[in-house]
Design a protein around this ligand. Sequence first.
Ligand SMILES: NC(=O)c1ccc[n+]([C@@H]2O[C@H](COP(=O)([O-])OP(=O)(O)OC[C@H]3O[C@@H](n4cnc5c(N)ncnc54)[C@H](O)[C@@H]3O)[C@@H](O)[C@H]2O)c1
Length: 256
Amino acid sequence: MNAVLAGRTAAVTGGGRGIGAAIAAALAGAGATVAVIDQDAEGAKRTADGLGGVAVAADLTDAEQAERAVQDVVDALGAPDVFVNNAGILRAGDLTTSPVDDWDAQFAVNTRAAYLSVRAASRHMRERAAGGSIVVVTSNCADTPRMDLGAYCASKAATDMMARCLALELAGEGIRVNTLCPGSCDTELQREQWRRLGIGPERQIAGDPAKFRTGIPMGRLTTPEDVADLAVVLASDATRFVTGQSWHVDGGQTLS
Ligand SMILES: NC(=O)c1ccc[n+]([C@@H]2O[C@H](COP(=O)([O-])OP(=O)(O)OC[C@H]3O[C@@H](n4cnc5c(N)ncnc54)[C@H](O)[C@@H]3O)[C@@H](O)[C@H]2O)c1
């Protein structure tokens, strides 16, 4: 990809592995200097070291740690031009029998940590008064009901709406906020879901009428790079007049 982010700074939460690590690499590949925030200190360091970036360890569900993590990024790189909220967890299970803890844990990371992270980042971006781009990774099931993923869907739907409201609040200051909604991607998060449900990638691609899943029309899983490439576009000036929108990267998985 061209150096469309040359001279820019970016931060990626949950960049220690999976989709976040791919996004960090793609942003760096497009010329940005990248900070990686993750509760997994080693993962954050591994990704950041590979990109000549900055690593910050924090549990982003904690308000103080989230504030501190973003402050550390600002101290190292200045207020970021690009902030990608990507950290997330999934605990598959149905709504009636899953432990309440699973609901709380998914809302703590997918919704609360997302709010705390973009809240802190947008304040610094506002103070700097030079615009910017916030990308919030949700999921293609933020707007499509899924069996066995009720709490996850709800946590991502809430975050999607939070991001759209934030887009409205920040539009006048040239700070854009868009959501990136991946489909099933072969990462540790997804593999844990497959283990819990006793299925695998083939079932995901083919679909499962018993679970009202349509499969993936384009015939393969999403790759982290599919998501990362769109993150670069949303971070760049190519989308300078685009805000408050949801972008699905799922090979048609949620077309019907
Ligand atoms: N993999 C998929 O199929 C898929 C599909 C749709 C959406 N997503 C979303 O994409 C994002 C990335 O998912 P992934 O598949 O790469 O997951 P992953 O489990 O591979 O990576 C998630 C990263 O987030 C970090 N993290 C988790 N909780 C954190 C916390 N409290 N504070 C700081 N860091 C934390 C983890 O340490 C990890 O490095 C998530 O928001 C996920 O919901 C994934």
